[in-house]
Write a new protein. Structure first.
Ligand code: NAD
Length: 333
């Protein structure tokens, strides 16, 4: 099997590539190695991937339509997993246009290129942030998603619409994954776990939004990549209509959106407390109001993913934090 992964030097793309390579799958990675966060971290992940003989890499920006088309034409992937994007809710307040370039133009190029090489299954990253101001917890795929609170979330919602329309017209099987706060070793420096750990170790104050009164459905990276792996052969198909309860499968196209979360909500202050326990050190806290564009609570309903696959997220947040801190201390020693 040959799989093309965009965003392979990113947090999720790296872990997914490792899992697939270990299974003997041929992986082509694409990433522009941008400096949204520490490029050294992206290079370190890439260097690990380069040790596998089944891995090849192209440093390309998604916005470069010609280069993207060429790589797809040469590699001829049957499966494409599109994870590259400008991520992060907070940065999208200051730099909204960056999101339009990567997440709209770049996304479109990936869909076009996938269509041209006739992929069997296109799996693409969306986000739990599309649920926006929804109040009905836990979030279900078939809930309405009309109230995104940030441009980041709006681009992800636009991606879902664009993907559905292409799936409808060209009958490309597409699964859109709504990720819920992914964390773990090699994680992103712009996310809470990394920032809290770094702040505590370096004795610098950490920002705590909404006075810590926020809940997140933290999902451990190993559970996430196992879930994606299990989905590769679960290709959306019109014949599945009516087979699964609360299915988000389109009634006109081989298209489905899926939550991929842990289905447990954790209070941010408890998450922080566990980091302090593991480091055996107290944090210096700066309590702040809720950030613009942020949601107070996320929680996934993952019944659909469980019905489709044997997905069973096993890692609780205390264990996951422990794994991250072990990695962090070793990497930054
Ligand atoms: N990590 C999470 O909690 C989370 C939650 C919801 C959704 N997501 C989505 O999952 C996907 C992967 O997230 P991640 O946490 O691994 O993020 P990440 O930032 O670590 O990885 C994304 C990678 O894409 C690359 N990239 C960005 N723009 C590009 C472009 N124009 N051309 C080529 N490469 C480009 C970056 O260099 C980076 O290596 C993203 O689409 C993100 O929006 C992640």
């Amino acid at each position: 099997m040959k799989i093309l992964i965009t965003g392979s030097s990113g947090f999720i793309g790296f872990h997914l590539s490792v899992l697939l390579l270990k299974k003997g799958i041929k992986v082509k990675g694409i990433d522009c190695m941008n400096n949204y966060y520490d490029v050294k971290l992206k290079k370190a992940r890439l260097n690990i991937l380069k040790k596998y003989k089944n891995f090849s890499f192209s440093k390309i920006n998604l916005e470069n339509e010609k280069k993207i088309n060429l790589v797809f034409k040469k590699f001829k992937p049957k499966i494409v997993i599109h994870l590259a994007a400008q991520a992060g809710v907070r940065y999208s307040i200051d730099k909204p246009r960056v999101y339009l370039k990567s997440n709209i133009d770049g996304f479109f190029n990936v869909i076009e290129a996938s269509y041209k090489v006739n992929v069997k299954h296109l799996i693409m990253a969306s986000s739990s942030s599309v649920y926006g101001a929804n109040r009905s917890i836990p979030f279900k795929e078939i809930d309405k998603t009309e109230t995104q609170l940030s441009i980041y979330a709006a681009t992800k919602k636009a991606n879902e619409s664009m993907a559905h329309s292409y799936s409808n017209i060209w009958k490309i099987p597409i699964t859109m994954l709504r990720f819920f706060t992914v964390y773990g070793p090699w994680g992103r420096p712009d996310m809470a776990l990394f920032k809290f750990t770094k702040g505590i170790i370096n004795n610098t104050p950490i920002d705590i939004y909404n006075n810590g009164n926020m809940y997140r459905d933290f999902t451990y990276i190993d559970d996430i990549v196992k879930g994606i792996y299990l989905l590769i052969n679960k290709i959306p198909n019109k014949k599945q209509i009516g087979k699964y309860k609360n299915d988000s499968l389109s009634n006109v196209a081989p298209f489905r959106v899926l939550n991929i979360g842990n289905s447990n909500k954790v209070l941010l202050l408890n998450f922080l407390k566990e980091i302090e326990n593991r480091l055996n050190k107290k944090s210096k806290r700066k309590y702040l109001p809720l950030q613009k564009g942020d949601v107070k609570e996320t929680l996934s309903n993952i019944n659909l993913l469980k019905s489709l696959t044997k997905y069973n997220p096993k890692t609780n947040y205390k264990k996951g934090i422990g794994e991250f801190i072990t990695w962090y201390k070793d990497y930054y020693k």
